[in-house]
Ligand binder design. Structure first.
Ligand code: URP
Ligand code: ZN
Ligand code: ZN
Length: 459
């Protein structure tokens, strides 16, 4: 048989072993993996000195999201274009269900936009905000049948009408467990945030630092622990998104050690930045929720990542334009919450492996293998025969300095500006098709396809 593509001589990161393995691709699938493959292919790539990894799955993005009085800067075209340029070949986006809308109503327009625009593969976790007299809980089963097998509850964003209270969390956890879905939770305590926010504004404390100060470590930790409390008492799986604080993380680790199915995600910005960024002149640009915490939390996240306690790394990509961020220059509550990351996650994590802060196997596990497993993307997540040929070639010798000018998104500034990557993505293949090469997007708008995900079957 003649293969379509053969990637030879790379250091290939596989689930249980890594080494000099060649990878052969046929019809968009990984067809053969082995040492010194002596096969014919239409195209042969010599990856000597390069690292060959599966495409990343960014399980937390907000594209074209109405939020903070505007819409996040990247739509399904620019966001997914940027994704593949950073080695991410699948995204899971968060459409937000609203009062009166069914899950199907929520997904349909997003699906249509993706069909037209997506440059990488995609799926959705639907954020539930209103039960519509109980109908939504019924609809979870139908949604799972359609391949949407995870949902979200925001424990915050009360005034935005997005918050779920404890009663709703309780019901969602039970119903998700019943239908085989995962419940993702954004954990912070909304009431304490409100009290602290009012206090600071009254005292004239309006800078970006007070965004952090109104939602510090213990405010996130309380909600993390509440989420874990409900999940463990109901013996229901739960996935805590964007973990940023040490105390909450410790509670997750403790629940894991007790055998509970508590999963946890963190983001590159919590691994790279601390709350010190809010003291910078451009501190407003870093405003996201939860905010970056102190050094202790950052150290705890790295330690947990390297010990295997962090299940996934995802971006929470939700950038806004500079002028929009500036709405809050004199009042931190007016800053739209969210930062860029979709193109930075995999280069950042791989470069941290290259520097020895972690290792390539861990990066592949948290950025690809685990998100595929947890969120039921059965054809994704590893370079194994039969999987989609989503392949990234990483050049550990290529130096790259991130700038808004060399990104492929639609934002006009980035928190990653000036970040020096020791190593960078050289090429990205999506289902065997070259979509990024040497700094250029070479993919196709609309080539991305919907990933019908499997139900969550537990650890
Ligand atoms: O600041 C953030 N993270 N914005 C997006 C919405 C969310 O909370 O994930
Ligand atoms: Zn969130
Ligand atoms: Zn988010």
């Amino acid at each position: 048989m003649k293969f379509d593509l053969l990637i030879k001589n790379g250091q290939t990161i596989l689930p249980n072993k890594s080494g000099k393995f060649d990878v052969a691709v046929k019809d968009g699938k990984i067809a053969l993996v082995g040492k010194k493959l002596d096969v014919e292919a239409e195209e042969v790539i010599d990856a000597t000195g390069k690292i060959v990894v599966p495409g990343a799955i960014d399980a937390h993005v907000h594209l074209a999201m109405p939020f903070g009085g505007t819409i996040s800067a990247d739509d399904y075209y620019t966001g997914t274009r940027a994704a593949v340029c950073g080695g991410t070949t699948t995204i899971i986006d968060y459409p937000c269900q609203r009062k009166g809308n069914s899950i199907a109503d929520t997904v349909k327009p997003r699906m249509e936009m993706c069909e037209k625009d997506a440059c990488c593969d995609y799926s959705f976790h639907v954020a539930i905000t209103n039960f519509n007299d109980g109908k939504i809980l019924e609809e979870l089963e139908e949604a799972c049948k359609s391949g949407i097998t995870s949902f979200k509850g925001y424990m915050v964003y009360k005034k935005e009408g997005m918050m779920v209270d404890d009663g709703m969390i309780y019901q969602l956890l039970l119903r998700c467990k019943e239908v085989g879905a995962m419940l993702n939770l954004h954990a912070e305590n909304p009431d304490i945030i409100d009290v602290l926010t009012k206090k600071f504004l009254k005292e004239g404390k309006t800078s970006a630092w007070y965004h952090y100060a109104s939602r510090p470590e213990f405010v996130a930790a309380e909600a993390d622990k509440r989420a874990i409390h409900w999940a463990t008492h109901l013996d229901a799986p739960v996935y805590i998104v964007h973990m940023s604080d040490k105390e909450g993380l410790e509670a997750v680790i403790e629940a894991k050690k007790r055998g509970f199915d508590v999963r946890v995600e963190t983001c590159p910005h919590y691994l790279e930045f601390t709350n010190e960024v809010f003291k910078r002149e451009n501190g407003i640009n870093f405003v996201c929720s939860p905010p970056m915490k102190g050094k202790d939390s950052q150290d705890a996240l790295w330690k947990a990542l390297n010990k295997g306690y962090i299940d996934t790394v995802a971006t929470d990509h939700c950038p806004f334009q500079q002028a929009e961020k500036l709405w809050g220059k004199d009042d931190f509550t007016k800053i739209p919450n969210g930062c860029a990351g979709i193109e930075n996650m995999y280069p950042y994590m791989l470069c941290k492996a290259n520097e020895g802060k972690t290792d390539y196997e861990t990066v592949v596990r948290v950025c690809s293998y685990n998100p595929a497993k947890i969120f039921g993307c059965k054809d994704k997540g590893s370079l194994e025969v039969g999987k989609d040929a989503d392949i990234v070639i990483f050049d550990p010798k290529k130096e790259f300095i991130v700038s808004v000018k060399n990104m492929h998104s639609n934002y006009d500034h980035t928190i990653w500006e000036g970040f020096k990557c020791n190593g960078y993505v050289e090429a990205t293949y999506l289902r065997g098709k070259l979509v990024f090469k040497d700094g250029e997007f070479v993919g196709e708008r609309g080539y991305g396809k919907f990933i019908k995900r499997e139900r969550y079957l537990g650890k």
